[in-house]
Design a protein around this ligand. Sequence first.
Ligand code: COA
Length: 317
Amino acid sequence: MRILGTGSALPKRVVTNDELTQFLDTSDEWIKTRTGISTRRVITTETLEELGAQAAKNALENAGLSANDLDLIICSTVQGDQITPALGCLIQRAIGAKCPAFDLNAACPGFEYALDVAESYIASGRARNILVVSSESVSYLCNWTDRSTCVLFGDGAGAAVVGQGGDYLSSHFVCEGGDEVLRAPMPNGNSPFTQRPVSWSGLYMNGPEVYKFAVAGSIRDIRTVVEQAGITMDEVGHFVLHQANLRIIEAVRTRLKQPKEKFPHNIEHYGNTSSASVPILLDELNRAGALQKGEIVVLSAFGAGLCTGACAIRWSK
Ligand code: COA
């Protein structure tokens, strides 16, 4: 597999930390020092279909391909605009593609899981060109009265078009199944037979527990994919990490003894956009010309499941 092009799209509405202080007991200073976040983008009128389709079109253009060239669409999302049809099917229609499409939910590492599935399709010869697109709206899942979670997240979409090649060097995935520390429950329907509690509580997170899992998991996964790729840590050009907390990125970086410039971040502008965060950052780096042809890029993410995923890719675009 090889990355042929990248794209991204963000909602227009910028929400600052100061705006959050108008309805939450929080401060710009607390959010910045604990997370690194200054602003996030939040959906107002946009749909996840529109954002995902725009990111997909940008990635296709960057790859020099059209929607007709796609053999498959894999869409990573925690929750689409609708529970069914799958968001990937709506993005397929919106970009005018004719290929099969499906959704994959692996929470924040969903983009890495989707890339891994794409690699299998390409390696087995069942597809030549695949669109991997993440479109996420955590603002729909959050409880906006809970200051310990809603300040952390944002909405957005990122995509990559992948084709045949030998750039996917290694990958590693871990799942420690459970919902104790991180979950976003389904809203109840109106079944007269339900015995589930009727109140909707929104996204729940035990921040310190997720923090420990994230730092240890990212370090383990990065070491594993680097070793499997047969390279040293110093030979990696960039580490593109899930943008959940600048302190997590810094903790991973310092324990791996790597320089700051190898760990790019944009969390200050967008917050945590779930599985869209890695492809949005990858697209920014690609478009800024920050990735050298031939360098090794390691992607690493963690999230609900609890799941982690990482892969090492040679950048040959
Ligand atoms: N504004 C002001 N104070 C806040 C706050 C906010 N938005 N959110 C929480 N606090 C308070 C807490 O109530 C607590 O107060 P107390 O000491 O009086 O009880 C205090 O700040 C410290 O809370 P704590 O949870 O210990 O802070 P922390 O340093 O662990 O930072 C997180 C909290 C959520 C930023 C951090 O744990 C984290 O980033 N965890 C990982 C989250 C993550 O990556 N999630 C995404 C997974 S995909």
